[in-house]
Design a protein around this ligand. Sequence first.
Ligand code: GLP
Length: 241
Amino acid sequence: MFNIIITDSYDKVSSEAFRIMKEELKKEAPVLGLATGSSPIGLYKKMIADHNANGTSYDNVTTYNLDEYIGLPREHDQSYWTFMHENLFDQIEMPEENVHLPDGTGTDPEASCRKYEEELSVRQIGLQILGIGSDGHIGFNEPGTPFDSLTHIAELTEQTRRDNARFFDDNIDLVPKESITMGLASIMKAAKIIVIATGRNKADAVYGMIKGPKTEECPASILQDHDDVTVILDEEAAARL
Ligand code: GLP
């Protein structure tokens, strides 16, 4: 079941997401599922502003990130570890021991996947934030990923590597080829999900997620089976609905 919110600006999209986040943060021990990419940045900025203005504490908050590149050192400026610390954690005084990201640095990524899925099984994610790839991927679950997948090693498609090259000096050769990602079944366990999408190049993926057939060719279409998904869009991303 989708609750769809369409606004006319990215700022309003972020405000809508923040409104839902604030409700989640009222819980005694919130568990957040977080995403990287440009889509959630506005939400993270609002969380930081709220932390600075109102002293909102993250001491009791636990976070799990969706995915991480394989082969980038944690401190690499494009690792998702760095992204999350720069764009959110360092600015909200997030306790490091409450932060979870898949470990893409080790010599045994399969073992990292198993370990991450075990960590995820300790608590249910209360609110999962998602962006969506232009090919309908969520996390790094690219088209063709089984709906029953748990945390696994995922190869990035050519399209996703092209989309992400803008973060790597526009050089696709610098974009890692593999990642560790929560699987589609791992994502579906969250109690509540928000999908944030803006811009014309997301319109097809948004259409596929909501109106298309439920198919592994559009990974986000699995969300049709979840009972609490809020999709927050600007008019461009909503153009095909
Ligand atoms: C990346 C990430 C996804 C993200 C998506 C969209 O490849 N792995 O988690 O949702 O692409 O990114 P953006 O929000 O920058 O468009």
